[in-house]
Design a protein around this ligand. Structure first.
Ligand code: PXG
Length: 466
């Protein structure tokens, strides 16, 4: 089939995630056909540097034969069996052990799911059940943050704080509240980053007091918000939040779906911030995205209660710990360890990317460039000196993203924030290419905005009665 034929069938039958179906149908999808290393290829023969590692997940890059072999061998041996009814199979058991060895010392158990959304559903069920078992059944409220993304199932949607999503969702899961996010560039520039970080932690404490500590089960957050806009909190934030949670005996769910498995230069993002979460939902980088698998790492406090006093936990999925997905995840972790991927992000390629990425800060369109490990963001602004945004209606972020695709770079936009999260195996030469293409895209975006502005001025002059 050629591109046109794929696009026609796609339009006729395929409802894409997070997509205006009609608009996409008119435009036509990009048909991605193959990939290797950090590059994807489309059906028109274009090659693009994948600055997003798929969707924040292809950490080991594309085309790893070892992962293909692990999947093939497991498909032959045991393509499926479940972990219900007193059964288990080697890949699930071995993966559980490997994960708990990597996780902080107080986390010794894992519950498998098929995705990050299911992991967050599971975490929600677990914390409410935990407090029930503790004889505090009123501790049901979960506090999350505005603009958080925790998945697209109803629980994920409810835990998340994305207003547009929730507006389409109908009644949400009850007893979930949201507090402000530590987004200094977007919401806190009238004060220092540290003061703002403390203020956000104070907002969490105020919410706990408003709801009543005796009614609050847990706080859920990502170490660094990914889909929300690669929001790296000010250094004061997590220190202060940790104190608040300890003061009020509130559990911490750290959503590690994006930050887990090396993205921030530690196995888990929580470790970068010195946090000891009670639960850690994981997915994405667990298998480098080769097959769908997620889970929740459970700390001893919650796990001991569930195991010792919980009786049957009525929860699970057909594909909880799927053997082929588990075998691939296991091999993925083995390769990450053998190749020192996490240390490489922390000590070498992360700092290198940081230096190169920071150099984009001098561009007239960039109000802030920030990065941590292998997550980076650029804030596009209309007025660099004052950090003023463009009107939303101009869609500058999307314009820049489309230009990126045209010149061979996948860079995502969240509003007017441009984001990268490349495969962790990216080389220095490829980082140089990524940053060069990003600068080229910024230049072209600026050029088109100027051309548009000139056209608008022209229109005004022509329309003017004088
Ligand atoms: N938590 C976090 C922090 C995520 O980023 C999920 C949970 C849900 O995982 P699943 O596997 O159910 O998709 C995610 C997923 C984007 C984008 O536009 C990000 C995600 C998903 C879709 C789009 O950046 N993250």
């Amino acid at each position: 089939m050629n591109t046109r034929e794929y696009q026609m069938l796609d339009r006729a039958h395929h409802l894409h995630p997070f997509t205006d179906f009609k608009a996409l149908g008119e435009e036509g999808s990009r048909i991605v056909t193959r990939a290797e290393g950090v590059y994807i290829h489309d059906s028109e023969g274009n090659r693009m540097l994948d600055g997003m590692a798929g969707l924040w997940c292809v950490n080991l890059g594309y085309g790893r034969e070892e992962l293909v072999d692990a999947a093939t061998a497991q498909l032959r041996e045991l393509p499926y069996y479940n972990n219900f009814f007193k059964s288990a199979h080697p890949p699930a058991v071995e993966l559980a052990e490997a994960l708990c060895r990597l996780a902080p010392a107080h986390m010794n158990r894992v519950f498998f799911t098929g995705s990050g959304s299911e992991a967050n559903d599971t975490a929600l069920r677990m914390v409410r059940r935990y407090w029930q078992l503790e004889g505090k059944p009123d501790k049901q409220w979960i506090i999350s943050r505005e603009n958080a993304y925790h998945g697209s199932t109803v629980a994920g949607l409810s835990l998340g704080g994305m207003a547009q999503m929730q507006a389409q969702g109908g009644p949400l899961v009850p007893k979930i509240a949201h507090v402000r996010q530590p987004y200094w560039f977007g919401e806190g520039r009238e004060m220092s980053p540290d003061a703002f970080g403390r203020e956000c932690a104070a907002a969490l404490e105020a919410k706990i007091q408003e709801l009543g500590e005796e009614n609050v089960a847990a706080f859920i957050a990502e170490p660094v918000q990914g889909a929300g806009g690669a929001i790296i909190p000010p250094p004061s934030y997590w220190t202060a939040v940790k104190e608040v949670l300890a003061r009020h005996d509130i559990l911490l769910i750290m959503d590690e779906v994006i930050c887990g498995f090396g993205r921030l230069g530690e196995w888990f993002g929580s470790q970068h911030y010195g946090l000891e979460p009670d639960l850690m939902p994981i997915a994405k980088g667990l298998s480098s995205g080769y097959l769908p698998i997620g889970g929740v790492l459970v700390g001893d406090r919650v796990a001991d209660a569930l195991v010792e006093r919980g009786g049957e936990f009525f929860h699970g999925f057909t594909y909880s710990g799927h053997p082929v997905c588990a075998a691939v995840a296991l091999k993925n972790l083995e390769l990450m360890r053998a190749e020192g991927i996490v240390e490489r992000v922390r000590d070498d390629i992360g700092p290198y990317l940081s230096r190169c990425w920071a150099s984009l800060g001098d561009h007239p369109l960039v109000g802030e460039s920030r990065s941590l490990g292998l997550i980076g963001a650029l804030e596009l602004v209309a007025d660099k000196a004052r950090g003023e945004r463009f009107p939303k209606s101009l869609g500058v972020g999307n314009l820049c993203r489309d230009i990126c695709f045209d010149i061979g770079l996948v860079m995502r936009s969240v509003g007017d924030t441009m984001i990268i999260s490349p495969p962790l195996v990216i080389t220095r030469t490829e980082v140089d290419e990524l940053v060069r293409l990003a600068r080229q895209a910024l230049d072209e975006t600026a050029r088109r905005l100027t051309a548009r502005g000139a056209a608008d001025d022209q229109t005004i002059i022509e329309e003017s009665p004088s």
